[in-house]
Design a protein around this ligand. Structure first.
Ligand SMILES: [Zn+2]
Length: 239
């Protein structure tokens, strides 16, 4: 088996195994930021960074879109969901990928939002792009979770809405707790301070098999190609 195939296999195995790694115990609780969006379609403009970094943020938008659809199908058929769409420079959500040294230490992404009377009007997201592709993806999904109105979970270490998502072992897939909270934000007139996952909904990441992303192979292939090149280079250096 070539090194390239082996790396692809390992990545796939990790993606499949991640939902099984959630062994945290309840209560499954997530505070909300407060405001919610009036519009069900949220336009996002992504700037800065390189193409592959921007693609991770686009992938994060598709993950949220598909995760909400899966959750609605599974637990709340015909309920409202938010849809992230790519917008222009006047979009209410601006995501900036930053390569500069402003991103220090563990603070590698943050979200500021502007709200009025409990309604989200705009959000600005900054994401440190000096990270691995997997970390840029997780940071993007995490910050977009804040854009949707989620705060940080207090229960679950591996939840991507943990205050310090673990870039190389956390799953980039939202959990049923994250998705239930987004469901509450999308379907309630009054937003509670926090959301408790009902007992009838088991806690865990959405199954990766439910993701149908036609573009999924691109970042994966890119990851494989980059890893392959690094391996080759390392081999050449040690010769
Ligand atoms: Zn955060």
């Amino acid at each position: 088996m070539s090194a390239r195939n082996l790396i692809l296999l390992v990545i796939l195995a990790i993606l499949i195994a991640l939902p099984l790694l959630h062994a945290d115990s309840g209560p499954y609780l997530i505070p909300l930021e407060g405001p919610r969006w009036n519009s069900r379609t949220i336009h996002v403009h992504v700037s800065g960074g390189q193409d592959w970094q921007q693609n991770q943020t686009y992938l994060a938008m598709r993950i949220w879109n598909q995760a909400q659809l899966w959750f609605a199908r599974e637990y709340f058929p015909n309920s409202s969901v938010y849809t992230f769409e790519v917008g222009d420079s006047s979009a209410p959500v601006q995501v900036r990928l930053l390569n500069s040294s402003i991103v220090i230490g563990s603070i590698q992404g943050w979200t500021d939002y502007h709200a009025q009377n409990g309604i989200m009007e705009s959000a600005t997201v900054v994401i440190g792009a000096r990270n691995s592709p997997q970390a840029v993806l997780i940071l993007s999904v995490h910050e977009l979770g804040h854009v949707l109105g989620l705060s940080h979970v207090s229960c679950c270490e591996k939840d991507l809405m943990n205050a310090y998502p673990v870039p190389d072992s956390a799953s980039p897939l939202p959990t049923t707790l994250d998705l239930y909270a987004v469901h509450i934000l999308a379907s309630s007139e009054r937003v509670p301070n926090q959301v408790l996952l009902p007992k009838k909904i088991p806690y865990g990441s959405m199954p990766s098999s439910e993701l149908t992303l036609p573009e999924m192979p691109d970042p994966l292939l890119l990851l494989v190609v980059i890893s392959g090149l690094l391996l080759l280079r390392r081999r050449q250096l040690t010769r």
